[in-house]
Write a protein that binds this ligand. Structure first.
Ligand code: GLU
Length: 372
């Protein structure tokens, strides 16, 4: 088993390292010593490194002497603005000691949902990497409201892995990894060294051992590993607060939990459709269409659609459900909700007559569709 770990780590060229709030900040604010020690270890990694860092809100709380994490959105946004510059200052100082340059990149989910902005972000990040600069990415909390949020930085880190085609995702947390049960309540809990298949049981264990601090907890980390696996990318969860853990990891010593998964590989584009795009509506499809899609690998035609929920435009992502409301696929539509309401149930040959134009026979082409 350990050979798999070593093989996947050694063969990786580009790694996304997600650093959680609990690793680098406490209620008092940023822990500069921790960032120093991480910067030293990261500077020693002989691979292209991209950092996804949380900690803006925690750092802002420290600066503004707030005792409790703000709940109201406008407070969170303001606190994050104060904290983000404090956070970057800490990274600047620490990395400079090791002769490395860093750059701040703030993203919202909308930036990565729009194909053009996705490509702009990609080009900028690729250019930074060419310069030998380490990008430090965070969610643009100051403008992010719930509808456009990534949710948590574990999710953001997966999207960055997709954006940059990284081949390893490393999640630094304040726990050692995923245990067989919750170590806080079970003294027999053992750290799981390697996971080759993310089974429902693994997901259940993760759900039960979420930490209180931070946004995501273990559940969102395992979900991130699962999504990364669908790109053929291995993920590791390791304890970032333990000095030397990054060095040990890259020397393939047994630290943390390693997810050596990735059999069912989705193309980068399909992965982007499945996980980065937000669904703007739902189409209910009949049994015939469901069979044609799942068994025959076919596109979705208007004739198979029985009802439409939501308001969406051409090029938006929607989910398709069967008549028992089970989600089947997600894909990009060729027609707006308004037009689909007029052509649902019709044969493709009737589209032009009804709408006065025809973009395509298919409502969702199979190349723009992912099975869920
Ligand atoms: N963007 C948030 C921050 O910097 C953190 C989100 C998360 O940790 O998931 O405070």
């Amino acid at each position: 088993m350990d050979n798999i770990r070593k093989e996947l780590i050694d063969s990786s060229e580009r790694v996304v390292i997600k650093i959680g709030s609990t690793v680098l900040a406490s209620r008092q604010g940023i822990n500069q010593m921790m960032i120093d020690s991480l910067a030293e270890e990261i500077s020693g990694i002989k691979k292209e490194v991209v950092i996804v860092s949380s900690g803006a809100i925690a750092a802002g709380m420290g600066r503004l002497s707030l005792k409790d994490r703000p709940k109201e959105i406008r407070l969170k946004q303001a606190v994050a603005a104060v904290g983000q510059s404090r956070l970057m200052w800490a990274y600047e100082k620490s990395f400079e000691t090791y002769g490395k340059k860093v750059a701040q990149v703030l993203l919202t989910r909308e930036d990565l949902s729009d194909r053009r902005r996705y490509l702009y972000a990609k080009n900028t990040l690729e250019t930074l990497i060419e310069f030998g600069v380490i990008p430090v990415i965070n969610e643009n909390d100051t403008v992010a409201v719930d509808e456009i949020r990534f949710g948590d930085n574990d999710t953001l880190a997966v999207m960055v892995t997709n954006l940059l085609q990284a081949d390893l995702l490393l999640i630094l947390s304040d726990v050692d990894g995923l245990c067989t049960s919750d170590p806080r309540s079970d003294s027999n809990a053992k750290l799981i060294d390697i996971i080759t298949d993310i089974t429902p049981q693994i997901e259940r264990i993760a759900g039960e051992s979420s930490t209180i601090e931070g946004t995501g907890g273990m559940f969102s980390k395992v979900q991130a590993a699962k999504k990364a696996a669908q790109m053929g990318v291995a993920t590791a969860i390791i304890n970032g607060t333990r000095p030397g853990s990054l060095r040990d990891f890259f020397e393939s010593r047994e630290v943390g939990t390693f997810f050596a998964t990735g059999k069912d590989r989705l193309s980068l584009r399909k992965h982007w459709i499945a996980y980065t795009l937000k669904s703007k509506g739902t189409l209910t499809i009949d049994e015939g269409a469901k069979r044609a899609i799942l068994k025959g690998g076919k596109s979705l035609l208007p004739s198979g659609i029985t009802s439409i929920e939501g308001k969406f435009g051409v090029g938006d992502a929607v989910s398709c459900q069967d008549e028992s409301r089970k989600k089947i696929v997600k894909g990009i539509v060729n027609y707006s909700s308004e037009d689909l309401n007029k052509i649902k149930g019709m044969k493709s040959s009737e589209i032009e007559k009804t709408l006065g134009y025809k973009y395509d026979d298919e409502v969702i082409h199979r190349d723009n569709m992912v099975i869920l």
